[in-house]
Ligand binder design. Structure first.
Ligand SMILES: Nc1ncnc2c1ncn2[C@@H]1O[C@H](COP(=O)(O)OP(=O)(O)OP(=O)(O)O)[C@@H](O)[C@H]1O
Length: 262
């Protein structure tokens, strides 16, 4: 079943002004993308290619200039541009910077409880379950969130995203700021949550290596639109942007000139 789809989407931004000439830059042109229920779809592309813009459209934070966006068979936004509260709960996001995404005034438990509309005692029980689900001990509940490690804080952001039982989670460079070991742990955790809860992901990344291990399907941003590629590290012709990303990959083992394409 198709959970999310966009068709013929255009998005541009006004740039310049004050002292410079005002112009519009076109970021997405005739963009289309589809995510099935429970599927993990990767979106690859170099910096500035429009990945986060597409993510904001998926969350309904921004609206397209033209085109249509659908969630669960219904338009994502109503005619007034509003996202229904039930859809808002069903589509969540985890971003690259967990420190920026959490208030320094909140304890770990308060961060996770934020989207829960429950009385305090019930919320605390639910938070304990959500924290356990992402591998955080109950002893961390009352610790100021900013005194957690980077990996713990990102797990906390995942627990908060899962608090409203979402059906689709945007992972916008969600593991990019983590060291390799923590990255693997968090990806394993996300894979496990997907298996248990049937959550779908849009996994936005620069990192080609992670895509093969984590995603079912992959799109790459080429000429202001996502283009689906069968196997981003496979043999055969690939879009030029993907060829450039592959050429820029660091060798897996220092001393090798290129990461082997297997
Ligand atoms: N609110 C905005 N106003 C003006 N320009 C914007 C705005 N948001 C994004 N842009 C521009 O749109 C283009 C695409 O940005 P976007 O953040 O979507 O790319 P990206 O692929 O996510 O990049 P990165 O990987 O660096 O995060 C960039 O040129 C950016 O400067």
């Amino acid at each position: 079943m198709t959970l999310f789809e966009m068709h013929g989407v255009f998005r541009s931004y006004r740039q310049g002004g004050v002292f410079g000439r005002v112009r519009r830059i076109s970021v997405l042109e005739d963009a289309g993308l589809r995510i099935e229920a429970g599927e993990c779809v990767a979106l690859l592309g170099p910096t500035g290619s429009g990945k986060s813009t597409l993510g904001r459209l998926l969350l309904g934070i921004e609206r397209p200039d033209a085109g249509s966006i659908w969630f669960d068979g219904q338009p994502l936004c109503d005619s007034g541009g509003r996202v229904a509260p039930s859809v808002r709960r069903a589509v969540q996001a985890v971003f690259q910077d967990p420190v920026g995404a959490t208030s320094p005034r909140f304890t770990a438990a308060e961060v996770v409880a934020e989207p829960l509309r429950l009385p305090r005692a019930a919320a605390r029980d639910r938070v304990a379950v959500l924290m356990a689900d992402v591998g955080l001990e109950p002893g961390l509940m009352d610790r100021p969130a900013h005194r957690l490690s980077g990996g713990q804080l990102q797990r906390l952001c995942i627990a908060r995203a899962l608090a409203s039982a979402p059906r689709l989670v945007l992972l916008d460079e969600a593991v990019s700021s983590l060291d390799v070991e923590t990255q693997t742990q968090v990806l394993d955790l996300l894979r496990d949550l997907r298996r248990r809860a049937g959550v779908a992901y849009l996994f936005v990344t620069h990192d080609l290596r992670l895509v093969r291990h984590f995603a079912d399907r992959c799109y790459v941003m080429q000429d202001r639109r996502p283009v689906e590629v069968a196997d981003p590290l496979g043999k055969g012709p690939v879009p030029p942007v993907l060829a450039a990303l592959r050429a820029a990959m660091l060798p897996a083992v220092p001393g090798l000139r290129r990461a082997p394409v297997t």
